[in-house]
Design a protein around this ligand. Structure first.
Ligand code: EPU
Length: 427
């Protein structure tokens, strides 16, 4: 298994391109199953999760090519309504095939995802939406069994205890576009990735009103056509590089970014001490003063994203004072805390709130990557820590950041990937 070695203390400077969004690409790949004819997704990131989704689509009969920022999905052979445990356990987003299976094949057998490193992740809202569209659903032997002669439009809410759900909105929307009659989804997610999915479906011939609002009105159509679509930039990768620039007191310009998709992230990074200039498709980050403590709650878009909580925590760990970070989306998503504390941070978690007491410095240590964003936080911590940080199990990072070490190194970070058996380099 690969590891990263990072020697901290080098400010990041220069320009970095932002990749296409992982969390837009995965549902878009599933949505291509709804179309007659192939779809081409451009600006797709080169990631393990994209490869895994390609395997899932191949398992259900589609042909998929992933090559140099382009994913081509030909759904001609899509006839196998089954996504087994081996795939779903590798990547929860495999569940995105459920909506297209019901819409096009009228039945589905998809392994029920379990919890994961960031805590419990129920899918009751997905199932609620499919039932509202007329599907019969049973859970047997760990599988979701769903069937329906023809989906029928209806009016329902997908809002859950933490507000809207990105996954449920995308999955149920994919089913509703080919349902008979009108569907109204209330409590829909507002995230840019959902708007991107709506753009794709609309271009394919779907009739959807209300993109970017909490009420989506869909008039079902009989068929959709494959086409070419450019994936939106990854707002979480962008936020991670902004955090890296601010943390190291560097001067980093992000290219190919969509500033309007950043929600509260830019404001929060500014509150913590970053200076951020917005341009046309660019964001530039610098920092002069000390890091300042903040009090923040993660929320659905446009609130501060849970996918940036761990990265913000690294900035807070070096701030002049105490910060509080409260998770309202995944109350247990604090797996990075014990690793950051090994590097000298002073963080305590009680209930769903982490209290971060600012310290003067972090020191390099061997640490373990766990979930994707927790791992990104460890890379950030390594960039600023004294000495060498060794990050084990970097395959978690490869799931969602395209060549993060190459991008960081191009900005001046001293970071190196080592394969099994290789030893640390002397910088
Ligand atoms: N929820 C339910 N029932 C459901 C679905 C969700 O109660 O049926 C709850 C969840 O437990 C959570 C909240 O609703 O409290 C929001 O979950 P959501 O469904 O929006 O999450 P998701 O679609 O499973 C996506 C991203 C995650 C990101 C979350 C929250 C993808 C592939 N994944 O997951 O991304 O953390 O939204 O923004 O889009 C990551 O990229 O590292 C990652 C984990």
């Amino acid at each position: 298994m690969d590891r990263f070695y990072i020697t901290g203390g080098h400010p990041l400077r220069g320009t970095v391109p932002i990749s296409g969004a992982k969390n837009a690409t995965l549902p878009l790949m599933a949505a291509a199953l709804l179309c007659d004819g192939p779809s081409v997704l451009t600006n797709a990131p080169d990631l393990r999760d994209v490869d895994t989704m390609a395997q899932v689509l191949a398992a259900v009969g589609a042909s998929v090519t992933v090559d140099q920022g382009q994913v081509i999905v030909d759904p001609a052979g899509f006839d196998h309504p089954e996504a087994p445990y081996d795939m779903v356990r590798k990547m929860r987003a495999s569940i995105y095939v459920l909506g297209p299976m019901l819409a096009r094949l009228g039945c589905a057998k998809v392994s029920m995802p379990g919890g994961c490193a960031i805590g419990a992740r129920p899918i009751d809202l997905h199932l609620r939406g499919f039932e509202a569209l007329g599907a019969e659903i049973a859970i047997e032997h760990g599988d979701i069994l769903a069937k329906v002669p023809r989906l029928r439009g209806s009016d329902f809410s997908l809002s859950g205890p933490s507000g809207s759900s990105i996954g449920a909105t995308a999955n149920v929307l994919m089913a509703a576009v080919l349902a008979e009659g009108q569907t109204i989804i209330r409590g829909a997610a507002l995230e840019p990735e959902i708007v991107d999915l709506i753009d794709f479906l609309t271009q394919a011939g779907a009739q959807i009103e209300g993109a970017g609002t909490s009420t989506l009105t869909i008039e079902g159509v009989d068929s959709l056509s494959g086409h070419e679509h450019r994936v939106i930039p990854d707002r979480i990768e962008a936020g991670t590089f902004l955090a890296a620039g601010a943390l190291t007191k560097g001067d980093v310009t992000l290219e190919g970014v969509e500033p309007d998709h950043m929600g509260r992230t830019i404001e929060l990074l500014e509150e913590v001490g970053a200076d951020i200039e917005q341009g046309e498709g660019t964001l530039r980050v610098t920092r002069d003063g000390p890091l300042q403590p903040v009090a923040v709650r993660t929320l659905p878009y446009p609130g501060f994203p849970t996918d940036m909580q761990a990265q913000l925590m690294v900035l807070c760990s070096l701030a002049e004072g105490d910060s509080t970070l409260t998770e309202t989306i995944y109350p247990e998503r604090f797996i990075h805390v014990s690793e950051l504390n090994r590097m000298g941070a002073d963080i305590h978690v009680f209930s769903a709130t982490a209290t971060v007491r600012g310290v003067e410095r972090l020191s390099g240590a061997p640490v373990m990557a766990s979930d994707l964003r927790a791992s990104a936080a460890l890379v950030l911590a390594g960039l600023i820590a004294e000495g060498v940080t060794e990050i084990l199990r970097v395959y978690h990072i490869d799931r969602g950041y395209e060549r993060i070490e190459e991008k960081m190194a191009s900005l001046g970070a001293h970071i190196r990937r080592a394969g099994p058996g290789e030893v640390e380099v002397d910088w």
